[in-house]
Design a protein around this ligand. Sequence first.
Ligand SMILES: Nc1ncnc2c1ncn2[C@@H]1O[C@H](COP(=O)(O)OP(=O)(O)OP(=O)(O)O)[C@@H](O)[C@H]1O
Ligand SMILES: [Mg+2]
Length: 423
Amino acid sequence: MTLEDRKRPSILIVDDVPSNIELLGEVLLSQYDVRVVTSGLEALEIVGSNKPPDLVLLDIMMPNMDGYEVCRQIKKLDKCKAIPVIFITAAAETEDETKGFALGAVDYITKPFCLSVVKERVRTHLELKRHRDHLEEIVAARTLEIRNAYESLQTLNQELKDSLIQLRHAQEHLIQSEKMAALGGLVAGVAHEISTPVGIGFTAASFLALKTKQYSELKRSNGLTSEDIEKYMQIANEAAEIIHTNLSRAGELITSFKQVGTDQANEESRRFNFKQYLQTILFSLQPKLKPGKHKINIDCPESIVISSYPGVFSQIITNLVVNSVTHGFEGISAGEIDLRVSLENGQLKLCYQDNGKGMKAEHLSKIFDPFFTTKRNDGGTGLGMHITYNLVTQVLKGRIQCERGADKGFACTITVPILLPGL
Ligand SMILES: Nc1ncnc2c1ncn2[C@@H]1O[C@H](COP(=O)(O)OP(=O)(O)OP(=O)(O)O)[C@@H](O)[C@H]1O
Ligand SMILES: [Mg+2]
């Protein structure tokens, strides 16, 4: 694109003797809009107006206000200091020229001048100004884009922060509702479980009270035979037996429920050698393995020493082994349990696996639910694995995952820190 293609640039010529530059004006007029003024004050008025020129050709020696002063004033004003000023003057001394450049002029042409050279210089400076303006526009546009992008980023950041806060609230709420739901389930379960033995005990006690009343009346009317006494004794014994069994069952249940609260970890924590402690636990479990010829294989490095709650490990492993024996090895006389212990990323990893019957997938997903048992009428309360889960996650601050065994049977992986926080 050439200058001719665009809007015609405008030039302001400032000279107190217009005849001096009449010829120049005429030459420039063919390509530019030319305005001519004869004083500095008029020049400043036009430069500061809404339609400032694109270039100023400025004479130096003028009455009242000379060209240097006009140039100084132009460069002082923010909105017009970018307008190129070319001095056209008879003052040809080097210091005059230096002064002109020092005041911000872009060029200095001495009279008498060659018209075509002036025309060329004007063209060059206008072209330069156009490029500069264009660059400034680009910079301004980029700055605006960056500012907008920064503002949207800030808005986005704020939105993210807000969402995070909302998410945390929602999470806390969820955890809380989950806890309440678990607690509700637990309370309902406790009530349900205990109501059976207590109900049976109550019926037996009422029956005994009724019979006692009947036999007392017989005695009072002297109608009590030795056969009646015998029968009463039998009834009383049976009722006492029923009451005793059921109250014991209720007592056992209450003990298990108490364990559901994991604060039984009141037990002292200490540093202990894991393999040695594991062997002690397994030794104490021998009677439970006795009915069959079940075997436990341990694979544990001698050197592992951890700081934790030994009693809690004992409880967890006992629960797992008892489960393998009662559920997994039901009808199996020689089951095997593998216990592999290792250290991984500063954590103790315990892999437990039996080769028993294993579990159905739909049962496996409920294994940690309180009161989930497949032996409801056979002494199971369904609290063993629930307690185990709480012990691992809350007391030992670890993780537990149960799955089907590699070939068959039941497998479970427990990962816990070797040094509990706060110990
Ligand atoms: N090793 C295992 N092999 C097969 N099934 C298992 C095994 N361990 C647990 N289960 C299944 O998971 C259920 C829940 O186990 P959990 O220990 O919580 O309860 P429980 O043993 O039935 O009763 P509790 O332990 O309270 O006396 C069991 O009833 C059983 O169906
Ligand atoms: Mg159990």
